[in-house]
Design a protein around this ligand. Structure first.
Ligand code: AMP
Ligand code: ZN
Length: 461
């Protein structure tokens, strides 16, 4: 498998540091409000990456951090008049609900920054030993970028323009303002009771060092893949490189991968522009998690993706086509034992596509070509293949795509009572009553099917 490595600016073959095992760090949410679907584009891309690595046979250890202390969380908690922990807990819970809605596989570890202050302090101490950190007049600690060779190499910033000794205290800044950045921020009035002791006095960690601390704790000083949205590349990821490599003297990360933005009318979807939709809002409009997932998944991760509700509608249509095909396969009587040639072709092209930097558009095209070929074969009565084998293949594709499983429709009490009455009627061989109840269920929007395991309800339409 090849991926586009932001650091080398080319497609590199994925060869893990430890055989058969990929260690993956994915920058997680800042838990100061409900994540918007732009954030989820990045998490869905990371989910596709994780799932495909597993499909290829790698064991994956993924860490996604929760940024629960930084400039934004402190500001938010203060505005809401809540203690930081209580405030961030609300958004942590929401995040976990939302990833379930989007069928994002859970990572192996979700460390929170506030639980890793000791690890942060240990790294800063090492940076002091190496002469890369210094304390400023106000008691904050800064990283000296002029002392780190090749600072800014990921984003390829022009270091000739660097202002040596200039400092930036806030977590986010533009490339043009590259300066010494804060590792430890001395307590100020603004921070209220958000404060920890350190060898340099009371304060709190900077945002960038949190990710160095949590990635290295769970994945080691060197690991395979680090991802995030493209806005994280600078300064966040370049600062992570400087801090981590500065402290350990080892290469921090082998492959850097960045996803392009979800945009609205050409502008990045973001809280600050106000052009965002939370997942919850989209669901309230009557869409399903898998439909939103499909939209976010279907465009190549390095291409910016324009969000529209028409796209969600068209995802719905694509998914019904896939559902109908699966239903048809389940019902048809084929006579062979193996995959037909058209499914073998789809399998090969699906894998070839994803092997090339997760070419999802091609992978989905392989799947739809298979649906087309399968429907044609069934229309023509060519049945010397195994529908079960094709269904298994669909399932294996879906271990990567995560879009085929429909949310189980809640069976309400009325339908449940009818279902039980019908079971009784059938046991009594009262077929007229059984049919009458079938019609009653149908009026409630349920299709009932009789199978070897008993009655099955399916929501119609
Ligand atoms: P944040 O919670 O702001 O730290 O962002 C969490 C993740 O979402 C980061 O990896 C960001 O790069 C990513 N992100 C933020 N906005 C967008 C967007 N409009 N499209 C894609 N990814 C985004
Ligand atoms: Zn990070």
């Amino acid at each position: 498998m090849h991926v586009y490595n932001t650091e080398s600016r080319r497609l590199d073959e994925v060869v893990p540091l430890e055989e058969g095992h990929i260690r993956l760090y994915t920058c997680g949410p800042t838990v100061y409000n409900a994540a918007h679907i732009g954030n989820f584009r990045t998490y869905v891309f990371e989910d596709l990456l994780r799932r495909y690595l597993k499909y290829c046979g790698f064991r994956v250890t993924q860490v996604m951090n929760l940024t629960d202390v930084d400039d934004k969380t402190i500001r938010g908690a203060k505005a809401a008049g809540k203690p930081l922990r209580e405030y961030t807990q609300i958004y942590k819970d929401m995040f976990f609900e939302d990833i379930k809605t989007l069928n994002i596989e859970p990572a192996e570890h979700y460390p929170a920054a506030t639980d890793h202050i000791d690890e942060v302090i240990a790294i800063i101490e090492k940076l002091f030993e190496k002469g890369l950190a210094y304390k400023s007049e106000d008691g904050s600690v800064y990283f000296s970028i002029a002392k780190f060779p090749n600072y800014g190499r990921l984003a390829r910033i022009d270091t000739s323009a660097l202002q040596s000794g200039a400092r930036v205290a806030q977590d986010e800044y533009e490339k043009e303002n590259a300066s010494d950045f804060a590792l430890w921020k001395a307590w100020t009035e603004e921070d209220g009771d958000v404060v920890w002791e350190s060898p340099w006095g009371r304060g709190r960690p900077g945002w960038h060092i949190e990710c160095s601390a949590m990635s290295m704790k769970y994945l080691g000083e060197s690991f395979d893949i680090h991802t995030g949205g493209v806005d994280n590349m600078f300064p966040h990821h370049d600062d992570e490189i400087a801090q981590s490599e500065g402290a350990t003297g080892k290469t921090f990360v082998k492959y850097w991968m960045h996803s392009a933005h979800l945009v609205v009318d050409g502008k990045k979807m973001s809280k600050s522009l106000g052009n965002f939709h939370t997942l919850r809002e989209v669901m309230e409009r009557g869409y399903q998690g898998r439909e939103v997932r499909y939209v976010l998944l279907a465009a190549h991760y390095r291409q910016s993706l324009n969000f529209t509700f028409e796209a969600v509608e068209s995802a719905r249509a694509s998914l019904s086509r896939l559902d109908e095909f699966s239903d048809r396969l389940r019902e048809c009587k084929t006579s062979g034992a193996a995959l037909p040639a058209w499914a073998e072709t789809a399998k090969t092209s699906f894998e070839t596509a994803l092997n090339e930097d997760l070419n999802i558009a091609e992978a989905l095209a392989s799947l739809f070509d298979m649906v087309h070929a399968g429907n044609r074969a069934m229309d023509a009565g060519e049945m010397d293949w195994s529908a079960g084998a094709v269904l298994e293949l669909m399932k294996s594709f879906d271990s990567v795509l995560g879009i085929l499983e429909k949310p189980a429709a809640e069976v309400d009490a009325d339908a449940q009572a009818l279902l039980e009455a019908r079971a009784k009627a059938r046991a009594d061989k009262d077929w007229a009553e059984s049919d009458r109840i079938r019609d009653a269920l149908s009026e409630l929007g349920w299709e009932v099917r009789d199978s070897a395991e008993g009655q099955k309800l399916k929501k119609k339409g």
